[in-house]
Design a protein. Structure first.
Length: 315
């Protein structure tokens, strides 16, 4: 029997690619100079898509693949996959939950520490000779004992909060409802009130059309000139223009961001700011987690083509 054909939206590590190429005919759209010509040549036979969280699969693309059966996402977030288009045609969708939760939470907390203690500037202070020439590095803000807000107490938000407890922080959270597992945390339903209460606001909610710009101009204003916004979810959860305005004027103290509108191309206004920590969407980027994510993508595809139950089905 001939191998099923799958479309890859972006590169995977070699340890996944070698395995995928053994089982499928792999069509790499990200290597195509002319995507339309590439799809004209291959679209008719594609039965699966292997994509990544930020790349997804649009309704337009899905519409061009008449034999598509499954979209497997290398990532927990599937906001970039058009689920309605998939449901309408009975196309299955899988993601990679759980295996990345701890690493994403770790990076979020590391970003808060790094930014609050000015570690990037401190590194430059040592390397460029400022320590010797100018003396002591400017004083920064502590994190222990201060107030954290977690916007979205799902798997990742909960792990962030668990870590923050280790820093004796006062933790509040916002979600669609109070969570029974949120022991020792205060529920504040309204994101503006949460931001008003918090020194550090973590954005950890799954993105969807309903959460677009949930971190609004008002939320950012409530966080204020001493506040820090940490985003390890999706850029769409934040009104990025309002964020840039507030960082430029000092209406918001600082930000630590792993995700951006239009990434990897950033709004150049970010690059001119010294009160923002910029990270290249790598919260899940450890060898251990990426191996587990790749395995889950491969196992879901294999289960599908063997007619078995999917391991982590979204649709
Ligand atoms: C990316 C992510 O998928 O889990 C998610 O939703 O955004 C990430 O894990 C990862 O960067 C691979 O592209």
């Amino acid at each position: 029997m001939s191998k099923p054909e799958i479309l890859m939206m972006g590169p995977y590590p070699d340890w996944d690619l070698v395995d995928l190429e053994g089982r499928y005919v792999v069509r790499k759209i990200y290597e195509a100079k002319d995507r339309d010509a590439f799809l004209d040549a291959h679209a008719a036979d594609i039965r699966g898509i292997a994509t990544r969280g930020e790349l997804g699969a649009s309704a337009e693309l899905i519409g061009k693949l008449p034999k598509l059966e499954i979209v497997s996402v290398y990532g927990v977030g599937y906001d970039a996959v058009d689920l309605a288009a998939c449901r309408a045609r009975g196309i299955r969708v899988t993601n990679t939950p759980d295996v990345l939760t701890n690493d994403v939470a770790d990076l979020g907390v590391a970003m808060m520490l790094c930014q609050s203690r000015g570690m990037i500037g401190a590194e430059h202070w040592v390397r460029d000779g400022s320590w010797e020439a100018k003396g002591l590095y400017p004083l920064k803000r502590r994190i222990w004992g201060r107030k954290a807000g977690v916007l979205g107490l799902g798997r990742i938000g909960f792990e962030v909060a668990k870590r923050l407890k280790g820093f004796d922080m006062d933790i509040a959270y916002s979600d669609v409802s109070a969570k029974p597992y949120a022991e020792g945390m205060t529920f504040i339903a309204d994101p503006v009130a949460l931001a008003d209460h918090a020194d550090f606001l973590f954005v950890t909610l799954a993105a969807s059309a309903a959460t677009r710009h949930i971190v609004s101009k008002d939320v950012i204003a409530a966080l204020g000139p001493d506040g820090m916004l940490i985003n390890i979810s999706r850029a769409s959860n934040i009104d990025e223009e309002a964020l840039l305005d507030a960082l430029e004027t000092g209406a918001l103290g600082s930000a630590a961001l792993d995700v951006f509108e239009g990434e990897p191309k950033l709004n150049p206004r970010f690059l001119a700011l010294d009160n923002v920590l910029l990270q290249p969407h790598h919260a899940s980027g450890t060898i251990e987690t990426r191996k587990a994510m790749g395995k889950l993508v491969r196992d879901n595809l294999a289960a599908h083509f063997a007619g078995a139950s999917l391991l982590t089905a979204v649709v």
